[in-house]
Design a protein around this ligand. Sequence first.
Ligand code: ADP
Ligand code: MG
Length: 287
Amino acid sequence: SVPLAFFAGIGRASKDGILFKGDTVMEVIAKIKAAVMDKTGTITEGKFKVRSIIPYGKYKKEDILSLAASCEIYSTHPIGKSIVEAAHAKDLPLCHVENLHETAGLGVEGMVDGKSVYAGNRSLMAKAGISEQELDALHGEGTVVYMAKEGSLLGCITISDALKEDAFSSISEIKKLGVTPIMLTGDNRKSAEAVAEKAGISKVYAGLLPQDKLSIMKDLRRKEGSVLFVGDGINDAPVLAGADAGAAMGSGADAAIEAADVVFLNSDVHAIPQAIKLSRKVISTAW
Ligand code: ADP
Ligand code: MG
């Protein structure tokens, strides 16, 4: 039978917006050694804002933004949405992009007037035929979306996302509980490390494709012991399922919420140490 302490614990947890699915997940969370977190939407707000547009050579800022927004028009990624929003705010005209295609962890591509167009990160630019030297010449800081057309680099759009208000204090609490905080992200290393430093996380894996996240998770389970993964994206569903315990932010994609063992309805980072503490308390009372 299920010990009474579980019900008391689950009741308390729901007051804090923590939804445990079933009674075995608390046992797992009580014993975790590492809390592995996705960056975007988990440690940061996940609300991107366009900060600057850096043209390469003769191209105009408005043209770069309008073409990027035309490519991102159907994207559900927070990066794509922020670009469309910025173009709308400036009343920029959009054009029709044919064969539009989004690749998780890379960006979007399509055809305009028979010419190939790409909006995304460095890995996507390699596919677009742009050299590393050309990309380096732009000096984009933070999360960067490069724009290329028919083998030519047009420029880049820099985007930023704010750290969640309770990130630093919650990460400190996680460490005090003897759990190692680790960050995983598809974003570039420089941008990832800047966020990790502000949050107080020293273990960072950056530039990851969705499938890389799953293999790193398997590695971490071997190296660190029992692992809790906290994420929010559609791409995070396999990783959530691959961890010892998976937690999803309530603000996240339905697929993530479905794949998770525990849901943090308020989407705050503080729910992580809180879930660990509650689980430990329930387990120690129950047995
Ligand atoms: P995270 O791990 O931070 O949740 P994702 O796996 O969603 O990141 O995306 C990783 C990277 O892929 C982004 O930082 C961005 O460089 C690129 N990317 C993904 N989707 C898009 C898009 N729609 N437009 C431009 N770039 C994108
Ligand atoms: Mg994500």
